[in-house]
Design a protein around this ligand. Sequence first.
Ligand SMILES: Nc1ncnc2c1ncn2[C@@H]1O[C@H](COP(=O)(O)OP(=O)(O)OP(=O)(O)O)[C@@H](O)[C@H]1O
Ligand SMILES: [Mg+2]
Length: 450
Amino acid sequence: MAEHILVVEDEQAQRAIVGRILRKRGYQVSEASSAEEALEKLDRQTVDLIISDWKLGGMDGMELLGRVKDQCPETSFIMITAYGTVTHAMEAVRAGADDYLEKPFERGSLLLALERTLKSKRLHDENQRLAAELTQRDRLVDLIGRSAAMQKIFRAVEKVAKTVATVLITGESGTGKELAARALHALSTRKNGPFIAVNCAAIPDGLLESEFFGVEKGAYSGAHQTRKGKFQAAEKGTLFLDEIGELPLSLQSKLLRVLQEKTVTPVGSVVEIKTDVRILAATNKDLAGLAGQGSFREDLYYRLNVVSLDMPPLRERREDISSLITHFMEQAAKAHGVVKPSFPPALKRRLLDHSWPGNVRELSNTIERLVLLAEDGHASLEDMPSAVGRKAEDTYELPPAGLNWESHEKACLQQAIDMTRGNRSRAAKLLSMPYKAFLYRLEKHGLKPK
Ligand SMILES: Nc1ncnc2c1ncn2[C@@H]1O[C@H](COP(=O)(O)OP(=O)(O)OP(=O)(O)O)[C@@H](O)[C@H]1O
Ligand SMILES: [Mg+2]
Protein backbone atom coordinates (compact mmCIF):
# COMPACT_ATOMS: atom_id res chain seq x y z
CA MET A 1 0.00 0.00 0.00
CA ALA A 2 1.16 3.53 -0.74
CA GLU A 3 2.72 5.38 2.13
CA HIS A 4 0.58 7.99 3.78
CA ILE A 5 1.98 11.51 3.93
CA LEU A 6 0.44 14.40 5.79
CA VAL A 7 1.26 17.88 4.50
CA VAL A 8 0.88 20.61 7.12
CA GLU A 9 0.98 24.10 5.66
CA ASP A 10 -1.22 27.09 6.28
CA GLU A 11 -0.77 28.62 2.84
CA GLN A 12 -3.31 26.93 0.68
CA ALA A 13 -1.47 27.38 -2.64
CA GLN A 14 1.81 26.01 -1.32
CA ARG A 15 0.02 23.08 0.29
CA ALA A 16 -1.76 22.22 -2.95
CA ILE A 17 1.52 22.24 -4.92
CA VAL A 18 3.26 19.89 -2.52
CA GLY A 19 0.17 17.69 -2.37
CA ARG A 20 0.05 17.45 -6.14
CA ILE A 21 3.73 16.52 -6.48
CA LEU A 22 3.37 13.77 -3.89
CA ARG A 23 0.16 12.35 -5.29
CA LYS A 24 1.73 12.22 -8.72
CA ARG A 25 4.52 10.17 -7.19
CA GLY A 26 1.90 7.66 -6.00
CA TYR A 27 1.78 8.56 -2.34
CA GLN A 28 -1.43 8.73 -0.37
CA VAL A 29 -1.65 12.37 0.73
CA SER A 30 -3.63 14.19 3.41
CA GLU A 31 -3.47 17.90 4.02
CA ALA A 32 -3.89 20.01 7.11
CA SER A 33 -3.94 23.79 7.30
CA SER A 34 -2.85 23.88 10.94
CA ALA A 35 -0.99 21.83 13.54
CA GLU A 36 -4.25 21.41 15.41
CA GLU A 37 -5.93 19.89 12.38
CA ALA A 38 -2.89 17.69 11.80
CA LEU A 39 -3.05 16.31 15.33
CA GLU A 40 -6.68 15.51 14.95
CA LYS A 41 -5.99 13.61 11.73
CA LEU A 42 -3.11 11.79 13.39
CA ASP A 43 -5.37 10.47 16.08
CA ARG A 44 -7.65 8.91 13.52
CA GLN A 45 -5.32 7.55 10.90
CA THR A 46 -1.90 6.10 10.63
CA VAL A 47 0.47 8.54 8.98
CA ASP A 48 3.90 7.47 7.80
CA LEU A 49 5.42 10.87 7.34
CA ILE A 50 4.60 14.47 8.11
CA ILE A 51 5.93 17.39 6.11
CA SER A 52 5.24 20.49 8.10
CA ASP A 53 6.04 24.15 7.77
CA TRP A 54 7.80 25.69 10.75
CA LYS A 55 5.57 28.71 10.74
CA LEU A 56 1.87 28.02 11.09
CA GLY A 57 -1.03 30.00 12.45
CA GLY A 58 -1.71 28.81 16.01
CA MET A 59 0.57 26.03 17.22
CA ASP A 60 3.85 26.08 15.26
CA GLY A 61 5.76 23.29 13.56
CA MET A 62 8.13 22.78 16.49
CA GLU A 63 5.28 22.24 18.91
CA LEU A 64 3.65 19.87 16.44
CA LEU A 65 6.93 17.95 16.18
CA GLY A 66 7.05 17.61 19.96
CA ARG A 67 3.51 16.26 20.10
CA VAL A 68 4.15 13.83 17.25
CA LYS A 69 7.31 12.46 18.87
CA ASP A 70 5.28 12.00 22.01
CA GLN A 71 2.10 10.50 20.60
CA CYS A 72 3.15 8.61 17.51
CA PRO A 73 6.92 8.30 17.56
CA GLU A 74 6.78 5.92 14.62
CA THR A 75 5.72 8.76 12.30
CA SER A 76 8.61 10.42 10.42
CA PHE A 77 8.87 14.19 10.25
CA ILE A 78 10.37 16.65 7.76
CA MET A 79 10.44 20.29 8.80
CA ILE A 80 10.22 23.07 6.28
CA THR A 81 12.00 26.22 7.36
CA ALA A 82 12.14 29.71 5.89
CA TYR A 83 15.13 30.73 3.78
CA GLY A 84 18.14 31.67 5.85
CA THR A 85 16.92 30.22 9.14
CA VAL A 86 19.50 27.52 9.54
CA THR A 87 19.19 27.66 13.33
CA HIS A 88 15.55 26.60 13.00
CA ALA A 89 16.58 23.64 10.91
CA MET A 90 19.18 22.58 13.47
CA GLU A 91 16.68 22.98 16.25
CA ALA A 92 14.15 20.79 14.47
CA VAL A 93 16.66 18.03 13.85
CA ARG A 94 17.77 18.18 17.46
CA ALA A 95 14.12 17.81 18.51
CA GLY A 96 13.79 14.64 16.46
CA ALA A 97 12.91 15.71 12.92
CA ASP A 98 14.29 13.25 10.38
CA ASP A 99 15.20 15.94 7.90
CA TYR A 100 14.52 19.56 6.91
CA LEU A 101 13.99 21.52 3.75
CA GLU A 102 14.68 25.17 3.26
CA LYS A 103 12.10 27.29 1.41
CA PRO A 104 11.90 27.72 -1.48
CA PHE A 105 12.67 24.14 -2.45
CA GLU A 106 12.53 22.34 -5.75
CA ARG A 107 10.49 19.32 -6.57
CA GLY A 108 13.67 17.24 -6.80
CA SER A 109 14.95 18.09 -3.36
CA LEU A 110 11.52 17.55 -1.84
CA LEU A 111 11.32 14.05 -3.30
CA LEU A 112 14.90 13.28 -2.38
CA ALA A 113 14.42 14.21 1.27
CA LEU A 114 11.17 12.32 1.34
CA GLU A 115 12.48 9.13 -0.18
CA ARG A 116 15.56 9.13 2.02
CA THR A 117 13.41 9.47 5.11
CA LEU A 118 10.91 6.85 4.04
CA LYS A 119 13.66 4.42 3.21
CA SER A 120 15.09 4.53 6.69
CA LYS A 121 11.61 4.37 8.13
CA ARG A 122 10.88 1.22 6.13
CA LEU A 123 14.01 -0.40 7.51
CA HIS A 124 13.10 0.61 11.01
CA ASP A 125 9.50 -0.65 10.61
CA GLU A 126 10.72 -3.95 9.27
CA ASN A 127 12.94 -4.39 12.31
CA GLN A 128 10.03 -3.53 14.57
CA ARG A 129 7.82 -6.00 12.76
CA LEU A 130 10.38 -8.76 13.13
CA ALA A 131 10.70 -8.01 16.81
CA ALA A 132 6.92 -8.02 17.21
CA GLU A 133 6.39 -11.23 15.29
CA LEU A 134 5.29 -14.05 17.49
CA THR A 135 8.09 -16.54 17.76
CA GLN A 136 7.78 -20.14 18.82
CA ARG A 137 8.94 -19.12 22.24
CA ASP A 138 5.95 -16.79 22.67
CA ARG A 139 3.48 -19.57 22.23
CA LEU A 140 2.57 -22.80 23.96
CA VAL A 141 -0.17 -24.72 22.14
CA ASP A 142 -2.80 -21.92 22.01
CA LEU A 143 -1.43 -19.83 24.86
CA ILE A 144 0.33 -16.63 23.82
CA GLY A 145 2.68 -14.81 26.15
CA ARG A 146 6.17 -13.40 26.10
CA SER A 147 6.13 -11.86 29.57
CA ALA A 148 8.31 -13.45 32.22
CA ALA A 149 5.16 -14.41 34.14
CA MET A 150 3.73 -16.33 31.18
CA GLN A 151 7.06 -17.87 30.29
CA LYS A 152 7.14 -19.27 33.80
CA ILE A 153 3.64 -20.73 33.30
CA PHE A 154 4.79 -22.25 29.99
CA ARG A 155 7.74 -23.99 31.63
CA ALA A 156 5.52 -25.31 34.42
CA VAL A 157 2.90 -26.58 31.94
CA GLU A 158 5.56 -28.38 29.88
CA LYS A 159 6.97 -30.02 32.96
CA VAL A 160 3.70 -31.09 34.56
CA ALA A 161 2.09 -32.19 31.28
CA LYS A 162 4.35 -35.23 31.19
CA THR A 163 3.12 -36.46 34.57
CA VAL A 164 -0.26 -37.74 35.74
CA ALA A 165 -0.36 -35.28 38.64
CA THR A 166 -3.64 -33.54 39.34
CA VAL A 167 -3.34 -29.83 38.64
CA LEU A 168 -5.37 -27.01 40.15
CA ILE A 169 -5.46 -23.99 37.84
CA THR A 170 -6.39 -20.74 39.53
CA GLY A 171 -6.72 -17.18 38.28
CA GLU A 172 -9.21 -14.43 37.59
CA SER A 173 -11.88 -14.85 34.97
CA GLY A 174 -10.56 -14.69 31.41
CA THR A 175 -6.91 -15.37 32.26
CA GLY A 176 -6.73 -18.54 30.18
CA LYS A 177 -7.36 -21.29 32.72
CA GLU A 178 -9.20 -23.47 30.24
CA LEU A 179 -6.58 -22.85 27.59
CA ALA A 180 -3.89 -23.93 30.06
CA ALA A 181 -5.85 -27.10 30.80
CA ARG A 182 -6.07 -27.85 27.09
CA ALA A 183 -2.34 -27.24 26.73
CA LEU A 184 -1.63 -29.65 29.59
CA HIS A 185 -3.65 -32.29 27.75
CA ALA A 186 -2.16 -31.56 24.33
CA LEU A 187 1.38 -31.90 25.66
CA SER A 188 0.73 -35.09 27.60
CA THR A 189 1.03 -38.70 26.51
CA ARG A 190 -2.78 -38.76 26.61
CA LYS A 191 -3.06 -36.24 23.80
CA ASN A 192 -4.81 -38.73 21.51
CA GLY A 193 -7.35 -39.55 24.19
CA PRO A 194 -10.42 -37.41 24.91
CA PHE A 195 -10.37 -34.04 26.65
CA ILE A 196 -13.65 -33.63 28.49
CA ALA A 197 -14.53 -30.35 30.15
CA VAL A 198 -17.25 -30.18 32.77
CA ASN A 199 -18.49 -26.89 34.15
CA CYS A 200 -19.44 -27.74 37.72
CA ALA A 201 -21.43 -24.52 38.06
CA ALA A 202 -23.64 -25.24 35.08
CA ILE A 203 -25.10 -28.59 36.15
CA PRO A 204 -28.03 -28.64 38.60
CA ASP A 205 -27.10 -30.25 41.93
CA GLY A 206 -29.50 -33.15 41.45
CA LEU A 207 -27.93 -34.18 38.16
CA LEU A 208 -24.26 -33.80 39.08
CA GLU A 209 -23.72 -37.30 40.35
CA SER A 210 -25.16 -39.02 37.27
CA GLU A 211 -23.37 -36.55 34.98
CA PHE A 212 -20.07 -37.38 36.66
CA PHE A 213 -20.34 -41.10 37.24
CA GLY A 214 -23.08 -42.25 34.88
CA VAL A 215 -26.37 -43.90 35.65
CA GLU A 216 -27.67 -47.48 35.55
CA LYS A 217 -30.94 -48.14 33.72
CA GLY A 218 -33.83 -48.05 36.18
CA ALA A 219 -31.83 -46.32 38.91
CA TYR A 220 -34.63 -43.80 39.23
CA SER A 221 -37.89 -43.16 37.48
CA GLY A 222 -36.38 -41.02 34.69
CA ALA A 223 -33.42 -43.34 34.01
CA HIS A 224 -34.71 -45.22 30.98
CA GLN A 225 -31.32 -46.40 29.89
CA THR A 226 -27.79 -46.81 31.10
CA ARG A 227 -25.77 -43.68 30.50
CA LYS A 228 -22.06 -43.11 30.80
CA GLY A 229 -20.73 -40.34 32.97
CA LYS A 230 -17.97 -37.83 32.21
CA PHE A 231 -15.38 -39.96 33.97
CA GLN A 232 -16.02 -42.83 31.59
CA ALA A 233 -16.16 -40.46 28.63
CA ALA A 234 -12.71 -39.19 29.58
CA GLU A 235 -11.21 -42.67 29.88
CA LYS A 236 -7.52 -42.66 28.83
CA GLY A 237 -7.76 -38.92 28.49
CA THR A 238 -8.19 -35.83 30.61
CA LEU A 239 -11.18 -34.64 32.63
CA PHE A 240 -11.23 -30.91 33.24
CA LEU A 241 -13.40 -29.90 36.20
CA ASP A 242 -14.07 -26.23 35.64
CA GLU A 243 -15.34 -23.98 38.44
CA ILE A 244 -14.61 -26.69 40.96
CA GLY A 245 -15.35 -24.23 43.78
CA GLU A 246 -19.05 -24.55 42.93
CA LEU A 247 -19.19 -28.28 43.59
CA PRO A 248 -21.65 -29.05 46.42
CA LEU A 249 -20.17 -30.68 49.54
CA SER A 250 -22.05 -33.94 48.99
CA LEU A 251 -20.39 -34.45 45.64
CA GLN A 252 -17.02 -33.31 46.93
CA SER A 253 -16.78 -36.40 49.13
CA LYS A 254 -17.79 -38.68 46.25
CA LEU A 255 -15.21 -37.06 43.99
CA LEU A 256 -12.55 -37.46 46.65
CA ARG A 257 -13.29 -41.17 46.85
CA VAL A 258 -13.03 -41.54 43.09
CA LEU A 259 -9.69 -39.77 43.10
CA GLN A 260 -8.39 -42.06 45.82
CA GLU A 261 -9.83 -45.35 44.60
CA LYS A 262 -9.63 -44.63 40.85
CA THR A 263 -12.96 -46.33 40.38
CA VAL A 264 -16.45 -44.97 39.77
CA THR A 265 -19.83 -46.40 40.67
CA PRO A 266 -22.69 -45.27 38.40
CA VAL A 267 -25.87 -44.12 40.12
CA GLY A 268 -28.06 -47.16 40.88
CA SER A 269 -25.23 -49.61 40.35
CA VAL A 270 -23.15 -51.64 42.77
CA VAL A 271 -20.39 -52.39 40.34
CA GLU A 272 -17.22 -50.35 40.63
CA ILE A 273 -15.65 -49.48 37.31
CA LYS A 274 -11.93 -48.85 37.10
CA THR A 275 -11.01 -45.51 35.55
CA ASP A 276 -7.86 -44.15 34.03
CA VAL A 277 -8.41 -40.43 33.86
CA ARG A 278 -6.19 -37.48 34.46
CA ILE A 279 -7.91 -34.79 36.50
CA LEU A 280 -7.40 -31.06 36.01
CA ALA A 281 -9.46 -28.54 37.95
CA ALA A 282 -9.91 -24.80 37.72
CA THR A 283 -11.42 -22.08 39.82
CA ASN A 284 -11.43 -18.31 40.07
CA LYS A 285 -12.29 -18.65 43.76
CA ASP A 286 -9.87 -18.75 46.65
CA LEU A 287 -10.19 -22.45 47.27
CA ALA A 288 -7.85 -22.46 50.24
CA GLY A 289 -10.01 -19.76 51.80
CA LEU A 290 -13.17 -21.74 51.13
CA ALA A 291 -11.51 -24.78 52.69
CA GLY A 292 -10.67 -22.72 55.74
CA GLN A 293 -14.31 -21.67 56.06
CA GLY A 294 -15.53 -25.23 55.65
CA SER A 295 -17.37 -24.75 52.37
CA PHE A 296 -14.80 -26.77 50.46
CA ARG A 297 -13.39 -30.04 51.76
CA GLU A 298 -9.85 -29.56 52.87
CA ASP A 299 -8.81 -33.12 51.96
CA LEU A 300 -10.20 -32.68 48.44
CA TYR A 301 -8.43 -29.36 48.14
CA TYR A 302 -5.08 -31.04 48.90
CA ARG A 303 -5.88 -33.89 46.52
CA LEU A 304 -6.53 -31.49 43.68
CA ASN A 305 -3.78 -29.07 44.48
CA VAL A 306 -0.91 -31.50 43.97
CA VAL A 307 0.45 -28.98 41.52
CA SER A 308 -0.98 -25.50 41.13
CA LEU A 309 -0.84 -23.09 38.24
CA ASP A 310 -1.79 -19.52 38.99
CA MET A 311 -2.63 -17.63 35.82
CA PRO A 312 -1.54 -14.00 36.20
CA PRO A 313 -4.04 -11.23 35.38
CA LEU A 314 -3.31 -9.34 32.17
CA ARG A 315 -2.66 -6.04 34.00
CA GLU A 316 0.36 -7.68 35.65
CA ARG A 317 1.92 -8.66 32.35
CA ARG A 318 1.28 -5.68 30.13
CA GLU A 319 4.10 -6.73 27.80
CA ASP A 320 1.73 -9.41 26.51
CA ILE A 321 -0.98 -7.00 25.39
CA SER A 322 0.58 -6.11 22.07
CA SER A 323 1.35 -9.70 21.02
CA LEU A 324 -2.18 -10.68 22.03
CA ILE A 325 -3.58 -7.85 19.90
CA THR A 326 -1.62 -9.15 16.90
CA HIS A 327 -2.79 -12.67 17.59
CA PHE A 328 -6.49 -11.83 18.00
CA MET A 329 -6.42 -9.52 15.02
CA GLU A 330 -5.17 -12.36 12.80
CA GLN A 331 -7.61 -14.78 14.34
CA ALA A 332 -10.62 -12.48 13.84
CA ALA A 333 -9.64 -11.51 10.31
CA LYS A 334 -9.30 -15.16 9.36
CA ALA A 335 -12.49 -16.27 11.09
CA HIS A 336 -14.59 -13.60 9.42
CA GLY A 337 -12.79 -13.51 6.10
CA VAL A 338 -11.89 -9.83 6.30
CA VAL A 339 -8.57 -8.01 5.98
CA LYS A 340 -6.58 -7.03 9.05
CA PRO A 341 -7.35 -3.35 9.62
CA SER A 342 -4.79 -0.77 10.70
CA PHE A 343 -5.15 0.57 14.22
CA PRO A 344 -4.72 4.35 14.52
CA PRO A 345 -2.26 5.51 17.21
CA ALA A 346 -4.89 6.84 19.63
CA LEU A 347 -6.66 3.49 19.52
CA LYS A 348 -3.45 1.58 20.09
CA ARG A 349 -2.61 3.77 23.04
CA ARG A 350 -6.03 3.18 24.53
CA LEU A 351 -5.70 -0.59 24.16
CA LEU A 352 -2.25 -0.62 25.71
CA ASP A 353 -3.28 1.60 28.63
CA HIS A 354 -6.51 -0.15 29.60
CA SER A 355 -6.44 -2.18 32.82
CA TRP A 356 -8.39 -5.12 31.29
CA PRO A 357 -10.39 -6.24 34.30
CA GLY A 358 -11.90 -8.97 32.10
CA ASN A 359 -8.38 -10.06 31.18
CA VAL A 360 -7.58 -11.80 27.90
CA ARG A 361 -11.22 -12.57 27.18
CA GLU A 362 -12.10 -8.87 27.29
CA LEU A 363 -9.16 -8.04 25.04
CA SER A 364 -10.09 -10.77 22.59
CA ASN A 365 -13.71 -9.61 22.37
CA THR A 366 -12.62 -5.99 21.94
CA ILE A 367 -10.26 -6.80 19.07
CA GLU A 368 -12.84 -8.96 17.34
CA ARG A 369 -15.32 -6.11 17.52
CA LEU A 370 -12.80 -3.60 16.18
CA VAL A 371 -11.90 -5.87 13.29
CA LEU A 372 -15.53 -6.48 12.37
CA LEU A 373 -16.53 -2.83 12.54
CA ALA A 374 -13.46 -1.50 10.74
CA GLU A 375 -14.15 0.51 7.62
CA ASP A 376 -11.87 0.86 4.59
CA GLY A 377 -9.17 -1.06 6.40
CA HIS A 378 -9.10 1.23 9.42
CA ALA A 379 -10.31 0.35 12.89
CA SER A 380 -11.75 3.27 14.79
CA LEU A 381 -11.59 4.53 18.33
CA GLU A 382 -15.33 5.12 18.18
CA ASP A 383 -15.94 1.38 17.91
CA MET A 384 -14.31 0.65 21.25
CA PRO A 385 -16.72 -0.84 23.75
CA SER A 386 -17.53 2.09 26.01
CA ALA A 387 -16.13 0.40 29.11
CA VAL A 388 -12.67 0.06 27.62
CA GLY A 389 -10.31 2.82 28.45
CA ARG A 390 -12.91 5.00 29.96
CA LYS A 391 -12.35 5.85 33.60
CA ALA A 392 -15.13 4.18 35.51
CA GLU A 393 -17.22 7.01 36.89
CA ASP A 394 -18.73 4.57 39.35
CA THR A 395 -15.42 4.19 41.06
CA TYR A 396 -14.88 7.91 41.51
CA GLU A 397 -14.40 8.60 45.16
CA LEU A 398 -15.23 11.87 46.73
CA PRO A 399 -12.17 13.11 48.64
CA PRO A 400 -12.74 12.87 52.41
CA ALA A 401 -12.54 16.67 52.61
CA GLY A 402 -15.22 17.02 49.97
CA LEU A 403 -14.71 19.30 46.97
CA ASN A 404 -15.73 22.60 45.47
CA TRP A 405 -18.26 21.53 42.89
CA GLU A 406 -18.03 24.62 40.71
CA SER A 407 -14.27 24.53 40.34
CA HIS A 408 -14.32 20.76 39.91
CA GLU A 409 -16.79 21.10 37.05
CA LYS A 410 -14.72 23.85 35.50
CA ALA A 411 -11.57 21.74 35.73
CA CYS A 412 -13.30 18.76 34.12
CA LEU A 413 -14.55 20.92 31.25
CA GLN A 414 -11.13 22.48 30.76
CA GLN A 415 -9.42 19.08 30.72
CA ALA A 416 -11.92 17.73 28.21
CA ILE A 417 -11.20 20.71 25.97
CA ASP A 418 -7.47 20.22 26.31
CA MET A 419 -7.64 16.49 25.70
CA THR A 420 -9.63 16.95 22.52
CA ARG A 421 -7.54 19.96 21.49
CA GLY A 422 -10.51 22.26 21.46
CA ASN A 423 -12.85 19.98 19.49
CA ARG A 424 -16.08 20.78 21.31
CA SER A 425 -18.23 17.94 20.07
CA ARG A 426 -15.56 15.40 21.03
CA ALA A 427 -15.07 17.08 24.37
CA ALA A 428 -18.81 16.82 25.04
CA LYS A 429 -18.68 13.12 24.14
CA LEU A 430 -15.75 12.62 26.46
CA LEU A 431 -17.92 13.84 29.31
CA SER A 432 -20.96 11.86 28.08
CA MET A 433 -22.82 15.14 27.81
CA PRO A 434 -25.28 16.35 25.16
CA TYR A 435 -23.57 18.96 23.01
CA LYS A 436 -25.93 21.74 24.06
CA ALA A 437 -25.53 20.98 27.73
CA PHE A 438 -21.78 21.09 27.25
CA LEU A 439 -21.89 24.50 25.50
CA TYR A 440 -24.14 25.84 28.22
CA ARG A 441 -21.67 24.81 30.89
CA LEU A 442 -18.72 26.25 28.97
CA GLU A 443 -20.47 29.56 28.86
CA LYS A 444 -21.40 29.36 32.52
CA HIS A 445 -17.71 29.05 33.42
CA GLY A 446 -16.55 31.54 30.82
CA LEU A 447 -14.46 28.89 29.04
CA LYS A 448 -13.69 29.38 25.38
CA PRO A 449 -11.86 26.70 23.41
CA LYS A 450 -9.20 27.97 21.07
N1 LIG B 1 -2.55 -16.45 26.91
C1 LIG B 1 -3.53 -16.48 26.01
N2 LIG B 1 -3.25 -16.50 24.70
C2 LIG B 1 -4.23 -16.53 23.78
N3 LIG B 1 -5.53 -16.52 24.07
C3 LIG B 1 -5.89 -16.50 25.36
C4 LIG B 1 -4.91 -16.49 26.39
N4 LIG B 1 -5.55 -16.46 27.57
C5 LIG B 1 -6.86 -16.46 27.30
N5 LIG B 1 -7.08 -16.50 25.96
C6 LIG B 1 -8.38 -16.47 25.30
O1 LIG B 1 -9.24 -15.71 26.14
C7 LIG B 1 -10.50 -16.33 26.31
C8 LIG B 1 -10.68 -16.75 27.76
O2 LIG B 1 -9.79 -17.79 28.09
P1 LIG B 1 -10.24 -19.01 29.03
O3 LIG B 1 -11.62 -19.44 28.70
O4 LIG B 1 -9.18 -20.04 28.98
O5 LIG B 1 -10.23 -18.23 30.42
P2 LIG B 1 -10.67 -18.73 31.86
O6 LIG B 1 -9.58 -18.37 32.78
O7 LIG B 1 -11.09 -20.17 31.79
O8 LIG B 1 -11.92 -17.78 32.16
P3 LIG B 1 -13.22 -18.05 33.10
O9 LIG B 1 -12.74 -18.09 34.51
O10 LIG B 1 -14.07 -16.84 32.83
O11 LIG B 1 -13.81 -19.33 32.63
C9 LIG B 1 -10.50 -17.50 25.36
O12 LIG B 1 -11.06 -17.06 24.15
C10 LIG B 1 -9.04 -17.83 25.18
O13 LIG B 1 -8.82 -18.41 23.93
MG1 LIG C 1 -12.99 -21.02 32.03
